[in-house]
Every structure is written in C-alpha cells, then in structure tokens.
Design a protein around this ligand. Structure first.
Ligand SMILES: Cc1ncc(COP(=O)(O)O)c(C=O)c1O
Length: 385
C-alpha cells in the first residue's frame, strides 16, 4: 500500500462523498469506504473495458460469471454454497434491505441497536414497526441480549429479524454458539431473517464469519442473505451486490415485486466483482493486515489516552463513546465537538440509535497509517482533560 497523506488522498478521491462533504482542513473518517487502492486486476480490467467503450447493457455471461465467482468465493472462504438459482444480482444492499423488509410478512422488524441507519429508515418507510433490542457491552465487547431478543420475538411472532453480521457499527462478529441461539429464537417464533453480511470479508485474526444460512437447512429456508464485494474490494460506487432468496414464501413474495422497480448491477460493477472474487484473495489478506495495523494503533492509543473505543473484531469501524469529553465541553454532540475542536469528521452516533446517541461517533479505520496517526494526534487535546 502506498503511504499517503490526507492531501494526496483528497486529490485522488476527488469524486467521493467522503472527501467532499466537509471543509478541506477536516479529515473525513466517516462513510464506510476505504481510502486504500482497489485491486490492480480490477482497475486494469475496468480501464480496458472503458478503453474499448464496452459500456453497454451487460450480457447474460457477465451476470453468470459474477454470480459464479461470488459463490465460489463463498465456498472457498466460508465453506458454504448458496443455491445458485436463488442467487439474485442487485445494485445495492440497501435496496435489497428495502425489498426484503417491505415484502416479507410481518408488521414488525426486530434488530439490534446501535444499528446501520438504513435499518431504521427501511422499516419506517415500509410502514412497519421498529423493535430494537439494545446490545450489551460486556468487557468492551458488544453482545446481543438473547433473553431480551426472545421477549421481543415472543411479542412479535411471525415478524422479521434483521441481522447485521459482522456488525456495523460495533464491529462485533457473532460466534457460532450465539448465531445458533439467535436463529433458534427465529425458528421458535416463526421469524423471517434478513441477514446483512456485507462486511463478511473484513474479519480479523481470532474471529470467523459464519453465514447465517449455513447454520442449518431450517435456518436457510427462512433467511434472505445479503452479500457484496463493495466493502471487500472497495467498489461501492460501482453498484454490484447480490442476495440469496430461499425458495417458497420469501421467493414468491419478493419476486412478485415488478422487476422494473429494482435496479441491477452496473456492467462495470459486474466486471469488477467477477474479477475480484475470482483473483483477489491475496489482495484481501494484505489489505486486512494493513487495516489491522490501524486497529492496533487505535487500541494502543485508546489504552494510553483512556479513549472508550471498541476495537472491531470485524468491519473497519470503531464505535467510540465520547461521553467524558462531551461532559466537559459546551458541544451538543460528539460529532459536533470533533468537527469544531479536532477538525475530524466521524459518523454521528445519533443516526445509529433509536433515542439519540449524542456521545457516540463511528470512526472509519480504512485509511492510510499516516492519516490515522494525524487524526489521533488531533484528538489528543480533547483527551487531556
Ligand atoms: C451493514 C451495511 N449494509 C449495507 C451497506 C451499504 O451497502 P450498499 O452500498 O450496497 O447499499 C453498508 C455500508 O456501509 C453497511 O454498513
């Protein structure tokens, strides 16, 4: 990875929202994409297609090679194979969340909070009820409270459970035993499961991602799985994701939505995904090592300066509690405090919690070592109280 400073990254990433939303003196560590380079096999294949002006509607062969590459990757890395005929290409995971939330039966959607903001929006806009179960932080690790989940499920039998694993924003990667307990609750209470696994490849040593559908055939029958290469290979702007919809009720209901209302992947997105999933395991492990160094840097810093930051097991986000710093300032939220006093733009905690999360902010660690170091330096004056 070339070591870049913030000005170099800003110049290079000139069309990204991340680097254009705040003044130039502010370092952006918010929206979930990486400042790191995408794999070279991907950038070459894209440049070549652009040079040939091969930018028309994608062929059936391109769709097939994309879905086959995703499935082979899933088998190699997670030992699981989705049913190929039930694997559906789609432009974005958020669109897939809306599709599943709005069409699966059940008036309530249960999910753990804090949560990725479109979880709240998709349920609200589908005119369904949001039911959250608050994650418990035990020894620095966020966990789903199974008793509370069970109670919520019992009151909302036949509804939907929206899972996010690895979890954005807490970075938690569910262990097999927990995933079994959670899916048992779903079976006992007849819940459909929507499993957002977009971060499945961003998992650090000592942790393992387990596809929800792989738990058992019974679980697979009620689980809509959402997967993508957009986080894995840093390709979010190319719009290519996929979902697995099990046969039976989910398939009949979800496929009844007119196809014209849904957007498929772009041709460049399909090409990039097919190339990356086929060739870039080595790139992924190098990238994970690089981000892992940032994780370690944050862990060291947090220990030294008493910063309440989670060190993610998976995802490249850290969920940070700035309550002590907020108390000693006039700012109304951690987000504001960091913008005003440190010129750092993190994602605002308020969007991730049902009843406001002013002391929280989410930090994106997928940047250069240099930018992360500079960002942590900017935090120091706030932490020396
Ligand atoms: C949990 C989760 N789901 C979905 C998305 C967005 O996916 P897409 O860009 O494919 O809509 C993100 C992006 O940050 C995410 O963190």
């Amino acid at each position: 990875m070339p070591e870049e400073g913030s000005e170099e990254i800003r110049q290079r990433r000139r069309h990204s929202i991340k680097w254009n939303n705040y003044p130039n003196d502010t370092i952006p560590l918010w929206v979930a994409d990486m400042d790191l380079f995408a794999p070279t096999s991907v950038t070459s294949v894209l440049s070549e297609a652009i040079r040939r002006s091969d930018l028309g509607y994608p062929s059936k062969e391109l769709y097939d090679s994309y879905l086959d590459a995703i499935n082979r990757w899933t088998k190699r890395r997670f030992g699981y194979l989705y049913e190929r005929e039930n694997l559906e290409p789609i432009g974005d995971i958020v669109q897939a969340i809306y599709w599943a939330v709005s069409t699966l039966p059940g008036n309530a959607v249960i999910f753990a909070s804090p949560a990725y903001p479109p979880f709240f929006r998709s349920v609200r806009e589908s005119k369904k009820d949001i039911v959250t179960t608050e994650m418990q932080q035990i020894d620095g690790v966020f966990r789903i409270d199974i008793d509370d989940l069970e109670e919520k499920a019992l009151h909302n039998r036949g509804s939907i459970l929206l899972l996010c694993n690895p979890h954005n924003p807490t970075g938690r990667v569910l262990e097999e035993e927990e995933l079994k307990e959670i899916t048992d609750v779903a079976i006992e209470n007849d819940l459909w499961i929507i499993s957002d696994e977009i971060h499945r490849d961003i998992v650090f040593d000592g942790h393992r991602h387990i596809p929800t559908a792989s738990i058992s055939p019974q679980v697979a029958q009620r689980t809509v799985s959402l997967i993508s290469g957009s986080k894995t290979f840093n390709l979010a702007g190319l719009h290519a994701a996929a979902l697995h919809i099990p046969s039976g009720t989910p398939s009949e209901l979800m496929r009844s939505i007119p196809k014209g209302l849904l957007s498929g992947p772009s041709s460049l997105g399909l090409l990039a995904g097919a190339t990356a999933f086929e060739n870039e395991e080595a790139w992924l492990s190098q990238t994970l090592n690089y981000i892992d160094d940032n994780r370690k840097l944050l862990a060291e810093f947090a220990g030294e300066y008493d910063l309440r930051a989670t060190i993610p097991q998976g995802t490249y986000m850290s969920w940070i509690d700035f309550a002590p710093q907020l108390q000693s300032s006039q700012a109304e939220s951690a987000h504001r405090l960091l913008l005003d006093r440190a010129r750092l733009a993190l994602s605002s905690g308020e969007e991730f919690l049902p009843q406001g999360g002013t002391p929280y902010a989410r930090m994106n660690l997928a940047t250069s070592h240099q930018v992360l170091k500079e960002s942590l330096d900017r935090l120091k004056p706030l932490l020396h109280t």
